[in-house]
Design a protein around this ligand. Structure first.
Ligand SMILES: O=C(O)C(=O)Cc1ccccc1
Length: 288
């Protein structure tokens, strides 16, 4: 059966590129204006899955995605991950190709701008940067507003799709610029088909809230994983949004949920007074 996959649109965003590269012909992709809208579409059954950016190698977590998953769409789980290389290019409307240094604004997604800060600082020190809902949305806007003197940061597909001219290639500040995209769904056993032969890792993601004001609580949490030899590939704190100083932790373990070790660690954390939620146990695929 054809699966419907929601993504941060419009056409030719990095998320769209991830969807197109990863899934095979048995999926139909549906564009949404924002990341939360694509997740809501999964929750209300418009689409079977959504692909959402969750972390970038240069800029860190996509907080909007993590927070929406944790605070607003609690019935969704992570059922897969796609790791995609990101190449940022500077582009303008073709009519401004020869005078691109004279642009008066740079427009893109906040993460794309952050990935190119050094370049922007050197090349355009005195013009404002403006955030769009996605790199694709910024490219589309510029293609439709020839009279505005704006440069866009986006990918090659966006330049083609919206007829823009790339005036500087590879403007991201560091060569290794990958983004992790999470595949989210309402049920853990939604099956999807994908292009084969991608390197695979296995992961489990937990959300852990510590008991308040207990000294050494984080140390005890970590030891529940350590003595079981559960390797953590990430631990990050995010605000609970209930007051300054209140945090939860997102913890990635580099193995699938099993019958013994991870349930044992969770039971130990709960005995310490933590609350624990399984956000997903899934395979992570790397695209080169
Ligand atoms: O705006 C896009 O194209 C997205 O898909 C979000 C994003 C932005 C920058 C890097 C990776 C993903």
């Amino acid at each position: 059966m054809i699966k419907k996959v929601g993504f941060l649109g419009p056409k030719a965003t990095f998320t769209h590129l991830a969807v197109q590269t990863f899934f095979n012909g048995e999926t139909e992709s549906v564009a949404y204006l924002t990341i939360p809208q694509s997740m809501d579409a999964v929750a209300n059954g418009e689409v079977d899955l959504a692909v959402v950016p969750i972390e970038n190698a240069l800029e860190g977590s996509v907080n909007l995605t993590v927070d929406y998953l944790v605070h607003e769409q609690q019935e969704l789980s992570i059922i897969g991950e796609i790791i995609v290389p990101i190449q940022q290019h500077l582009m303008v409307h073709p009519s401004r190709k020869d005078k691109w240094q004279e642009v008066t604004r740079v427009y893109s997604h906040s993460h794309a701008i952050a990935q190119c800060h050094k370049f922007l600082h050197k090349t355009f020190s005195n013009i404002p940067y403006e955030y769009a809902t996605s790199t694709g949305a910024a490219a589309k806007y510029v293609s439709e507003h020839q009279n505005e003197n704006i440069a866009v940061i986006a990918n090659e597909l966006a330049a083609k799709e919206y007829g823009l001219s790339i005036v500087k290639h590879h403007i991201h500040d560091y060569h290794y610029n990958h983004t992790r995209f999470a595949i989210v769904s309402k049920s853990n056993d939604v099956k999807f088909t994908y292009n084969q032969e991608l390197p695979i890792k296995e992961k489990t993601t937990l959300m852990v809230t510590l008991p308040s004001d207990q000294s050494g609580a984080l140390h005890q949490v970590l030891s529940a994983f350590t003595w079981r030899k559960l390797n953590l590939s990430k631990i990050e704190s995010r605000p609970m949004k209930t007051g300054l100083g209140n945090y939860f932790f997102i913890i990635d373990i580099d193995r699938l949920y099993d019958e013994i070790l991870i349930p044992g660690a969770i039971a130990e954390l709960e005995a310490l007074g933590c609350s624990v939620k399984l956000l997903g146990s899934y395979q992570a695929f790397t695209i080169s």
